[in-house]
Write a protein that binds this ligand. Structure first.
Ligand code: SME
Length: 168
């Protein structure tokens, strides 16, 4: 296990970091019922707490298109078709995708040229995908199976707190 330093804390492992972030996320979103407000705070919490990110945010499914939602980072493409890019592929597969090198992923959509690796996790409700959590890093192979499991847990918490799917 490698030490992970975040803000004022130093965590013994990524698992510990994600456990703490999950508890924080649950508390952060618990008092608010508005979906946009909760996605905005979720993006900010993730961007603030996970090291080496240049983008963290959400795309929400509108028919066959993912539309940009709340995020932190540089301006991004606003619409991604289902099946396109890492985000649209995660929707088709209904599974998270961890990309060590975005330049090696066929069809990767480059929003920020600094991005080198990416993790996309579907947001699910009642077995249906309604959006994705997307994380980009300027570091190659930034994300591993611990990040994938940690972000899947975060996505489940976030989905549970969205009482109503944010509408267009
Ligand atoms: N790289 C993503 C596009 C979204 S940005 O990274 C914010 C993709 O290939 O779907």
């Amino acid at each position: 296990m490698h030490a992970v330093g975040v803000a004022a804390h130093a965590f013994a492992s990524k698992g510990e970091l994600y456990q703490e972030l999950a508890a924080e996320m649950d508390a952060l979103l618990a008092g608010e019922s508005d979906g946009i407000a909760n996605l905005a705070n979720a993006a900010a919490a993730i961007f603030d707490r996970l090291p080496d990110l240049n983008w963290a945010g959400f795309y929400l499914l509108r028919g066959d298109v993912l539309v940009l939602g709340p995020f932190q980072g540089k301006v991004a493409c606003t619409r991604i078709e289902v099946g396109k890019g890492v985000c649209g592929t995660a929707v088709t597969r209904r599974a998270s995708i961890c990309v060590e090198d975005v330049h090696a992923f066929p069809g990767h959509i480059a929003c920020d040229s600094a991005s080198e690796s990416e993790l996309v996790v579907p947001l699910m409700r009642d077995g249906q995908v309604f959006g994705v959590l997307d994380l980009d890093s300027p570091r190659l192979a930034r994300f591993d199976s611990d990040d994938q499991a940690g972000c899947e847990a975060l996505a489940a918490i976030i989905s549970r707190h969205l009482a109503v799917t944010p509408s267009a």
